[in-house]
Each structure stands twice: as C-alpha cells, then as structure tokens.
Design a protein around this ligand. Structure first.
Ligand code: ADP
Length: 534
C-alpha cells in the first residue's frame, strides 16, 4: 500500500544503512551518511515521506538535523523516526520534544521497524488528507464569505435604491394629489349647483381614498425595507386622542353613528411615538366606522396591570358586522380581508391592521381582538408604561409657551399674519392662495434665492417651506441660510412638503425646521395647524 513512498535513511554507519535498505526494499530509498546531506535531500523534490534518523553522527547530530527540518516550512511535516543506540528516557524525551513521531532503539528488530514505518506512513497520509480537506474547507469558507459579502453589498445597494424610489414615489404621488384634493375642496365650497358640489365631493373622496392607500403601501414598504425605531416623546394622550377623533366625526355623522370617547385616567402624559400612536388610533377608528352600519363606536383609554407590569390601553369598540373567529389572526396579515375577491362589500386594501400590528410591536405593546359576528368588535392595544401627570416644571414651561403665543398673537392683533410660502409648483401656490386668502397675507417665493431675499427685507409671522424646490437651493438649504439671520430666530419654519414617509419628519426637524406638515392637507388642517403654530 505504501510501496511508492520514499524513505530517507540517515546514518553515518554504512552497514546500518545497508541492512535497513535491504529490509525495506519494497519502498523507494534514499540514503544520507551525514546530517548535512540529509538536509539537502530532505529539501529537494520529491521530499521523503518519512525519515529514519540516527542521532549520534559527527559534525551534525540527529537532534540538530531534526531541529533544522522542523524549522523549515517545506520539511516541517515530514515524519521523523529516531533510530539510536541511546536508550535513556531523557534521550527519547528530547527526540519527541524536537518533533519526532517515534523513537526506535538499536539494536532494532527489522520487522518492528517496518511495521512502525507502515503505521506512521498511514498516519501521515491520513493527516495529509485531513490537511487537504481542511484547506479545501477554508478555501470554500473564504469563497462563501466573498460571495456573502458581495450579496450583502448588493442587498444594501438595492435597499438604498428602494428607499430612494419610495421617497421619490411618495413625493411624486403626493404632489398631484395636493392639486386634486385642494381644488376639489375649493370647488365644494364655491360651487352653487348642488349636483356639481356632489361631483367635487366625489373627486375629493376618491382622492382621499387614493392618498390613504398610497400612504399605507409606502409606509409598509418602508417599514419592511428599513429598520425603523420609535421616536419617543411625552404627550397628552387624552388630548391627542380627541384631536385624532375630530377627523372621524364627519364620517361617523354621515353614517348616523355615535362616536364616544371616555377615559378614567387621572394622569394623561405618556411616553410614546406620537406619529405611531396617531396611525394606530386612526386605523382602528377608521375601521370601526367603516365596518359598522348602525349603533356606535366608542374609544376608551384606561390603565391596567398585566403580570404586575403597568400598561396604558386604547380600546376601540364598535357595534358593527364583527369578524368570524377563524379570521382573527389573518386580518392582521398584509392584504388580507374577511371578504376577498369579487364579493367585497367594503373599500380598502387590507393594510391598515398590518400597519397597526407592526407599529404596536415596534412600541413593544400588544393588540388583542375580541369580536362576535353581527354584534361587533373590540380592538384593545396595550402600550407598556404608566401615565404621568404633568410636572410643575412642565406646567411652567407650557405657561411660558402659551404666554409666548399670546405675545405673538398680540403682535398681530387685528392685523392678518404675514406668511411666506416658499414653493416652486404653481398648482401648490394656487391652492395655498385659495386656502389662506382670508386667513393671512400670503407672499410667495418660487425659489430659495428669492425666499432669502424676501426674508432679509420683510417680517413674516411664519414660513411655509417646501423642501424640493426644483433647480437651485432646496428648502433645507434655505432653512439653514435663514437660520443664520438673527431676526429669524423666533420665526416658525414649517416644512410643508410632499416628503411624508416614516422618518421624514425627524429629518426635517433635525435640519432646522421648527414644524412639519405633510402635503396634501385640507384647508381646515392647514389653518388649524397655523393657528397652533402662531
Ligand atoms: P382594510 O380595512 O383596508 O380592508 P385592514 O387591514 O384595516 O384593511 O383590515 C383587514 C380586514 O379586517 C378588513 O378588510 C375587514 O375584513 C376586517 N376588519 C378590520 N376591522 C374591522 C372591524 N372593526 N369590524 C369588522 N371587520 C374588521
């Protein structure tokens, strides 16, 4: 089996070499009568598969030869068997310490030498195979790592492209929506012929529906493609809920539904992501109204201890169509609805609850559904954390804020506020004029350069700043410039923009805008917002 192996016999006594050589004649044999010669042969090609090494030799003894062979990476792995008349334990130990694999004492049994050689050759060839396998594995791991790295880079790149695309889509779809919603709202209030008013309302309703669907799709895609973290801030959950419910009053009234709000809270300040809370309550209430034909929709805030952990809870109950129990899980999945296919009775794309579920999870909360067919449904969201009362320090703060507001109001007492709109889109300029004509004196800058010029030479109560201004400076660059002007320290700069994806608000506020209002918004929303700000 090992007959093609090359054995190097190193011994300064030619008789020993001859005896060994004859007995091992089934192998290929090379001979060295000195240490120096042994090194030369070992370093040549092909290198020996095993070396039988005498210790006691003149000039360079076997230990030294062994030592040198083990230092050299080319010869390091060649198995060495010492063959020596020195049979003290210490001699053997030294041999093994130097890296020999075996030690045979003279006089030796030829059969024993041969079988030891065979054993070590087999071991060496197994070791060799193992080494090769290891090398192959290492190479494969290396190749795989390179592949994974390339895939990771590709994924990151395509995520970046996707985010870019989302931002672009959000902006490009919202901008024409602003035109559709703005002008249809204006026509609704200006037209006299009731039929045309209905037409305008249909355009407005359809536009709103389209806008909501777009928003849900874009937000969900963004949630999936990026790691989004909640931005916690403290706010009054009672007031915030009331504000959000206002937006649903009209729909509830139209369906003759009672919209009730109650709470038993002593404290009302919660630390939560306000935008996520708004999305959660709006989706739940929107559904409750949509899937209820008679009766009421009630919204309740309360606190509860679960396993000794305090939760603040939002409960939305309706007297609507109910949800069959086998659908309780899957309505939280994307695009899943109780009624699917052509028989659908309700509008919607089936994204609201999946968004709610994702936001609740991001806020480390839970959502529980109880429902009975034809009786109604209750969605309860548990937000971890206790409510706080507002501290004296905060009361002081809010008093100063209201005083500041009063001062600002007094400043413009009896006079309309002067607002600067920085906006390059003619349609948006016209809508803002229609919305704000009675409310304020509106000046318009169609680009950043003109805006800076106007601001330097005039006084404005607030600035509505579009972010994408086409050519020239962007809204954020203009904001940075005007922030340098001392007179602008107190002027609210409202990022009034169609960039309205999850996370955009934070970007604009970080870049110097003091407020954020996504487009499109209705006349009432814009005026309410400005009233708040001013
Ligand atoms: P959408 O309402 O747009 O279809 P959602 O994700 O908000 O999407 O809801 C998924 C499905 O869950 C709805 O299609 C509806 O079948 C069911 N559903 C949600 N809320 C209610 C509710 N309050 N009452 C009855 N069914 C509901």
């Amino acid at each position: 089996m090992n007959t093609d192996k090359l054995i190097l016999i190193v011994d300064d006594t030619p008789e020993n070499v001859t005896i060994l050589g004859e007995h091992l004649n089934e192998f290929k044999i090379k001979v060295a009568l000195s240490g120096a010669k042994a090194l030369t042969i070992a370093k040549s090609d092909p290198k020996p598969d095993i070396i039988l090494l005498d210790i006691m030799m003149p000039e360079m003894d076997g230990y030294e030869v062994c030592n040198r062979l083990k230092q050299d990476s080319y010869t390091r792995e060649i198995p060495i068997i010492f063959i020596s008349a020195m049979n003290e334990v210490m001699d053997k130990v030294r041999g093994f310490e130097l890296g020999a694999i075996d030690y045979i004492t003279k006089p030796f049994q030829l059969e024993e030498v041969k079988s030891r050689i065979n054993t070590h050759l087999t071991l060496a060839s197994l070791q060799n195979r193992l080494r090769n396998i290891n090398q192959e594995l290492e190479q494969k791991v290396e190749e795989r790592t390179v592949e994974l790295l390339t895939a990771k880079n590709k994924a990151e790149e395509s995520n970046r492209v996707k985010s870019n695309f989302l931002a672009l889509m959000s902006h490009e779809l919202r901008t024409p929506m602003a035109g559709i919603l703005g002008f249809s709202e204006f026509l609704m209030s200006e037209l006299e012929n009731q039929i045309y008013v209905e037409f305008a309302k249909s355009i407005n309703d359809s536009g709103l529906r389209l806008k909501n669907t777009l928003e849900a799709i874009l937000n969900l895609t963004k949630l999936e493609s990026e790691k989004i973290k909640p931005h916690y801030s403290e706010f009054d959950i009672i007031e915030e809920s009331k504000t959000q419910l206002k937006g649903h009053e009209y729909n509830a009234q139209e369906k003759n539904l009672e919209l009730l709000f109650k709470h038993d809270l002593d404290n009302s300040f919660i630390k939560l992501d306000k935008i996520m809370y708004q999305i959660i309550i709006n989706n739940l209430v929107n559904n409750a109204i949509k899937y209820t034909t008679q009766g009421k929709v009630s919204i309740e805030l309360f606190q509860e201890l679960v396993d000794d952990i305090p939760y603040t809870c939002l409960k939305v109950t309706d007297t609507g169509i109910g949800i069959p129990s086998d659908k309780h899980e899957f309505i939280f999945e994307e695009f899943r609805q109780v009624d699917e296919g052509m028989r659908r009775n309700f509008e919607g794309v089936g994204l609201g609850l999946s968004l709610v579920k994702k936001y609740v999870a991001l806020l480390e909360g839970r959502i529980i559904l109880q429902s009975e067919l034809r009786v109604g449904s209750t969605f309860t969201v548990y937000f971890p954390g206790k409510l706080r009362s507002i501290s004296k320090h905060q009361i002081q703060d809010s008093i100063s804020i209201s005083m500041a507001k009063i001062k600002r109001k007094q400043h413009t007492d009896g006079i309309k506020p002067i607002i600067l709109l920085v906006e390059d889109e003619v349609t948006n300029q016209k809508i803002a004029q229609l919305y704000l004509n009675d409310y304020c004196e509106l000046q318009i800058a169609e680009n950043g350069e003109k805006a800076i010029d106007l601001i330097k030479n005039n006084f404005f109560s607030a600035i509505l700043m579009d972010i994408n201004l086409g050519k020239g400076l962007s809204g954020l660059e203009v904001t940075k410039e005007i922030k340098k002007l001392e007179k602008c320290n107190d002027i609210p700069i409202i990022a009034y923009t169609a960039f309205a994806l999850e996370g955009d608000r934070e970007i604009f506020l970080n870049e110097g805008c003091t407020h954020y209002l996504p487009k499109p918004c209705s006349k009432d929303e814009l005026i309410d917002f400005l009233n708040e700000v001013l």
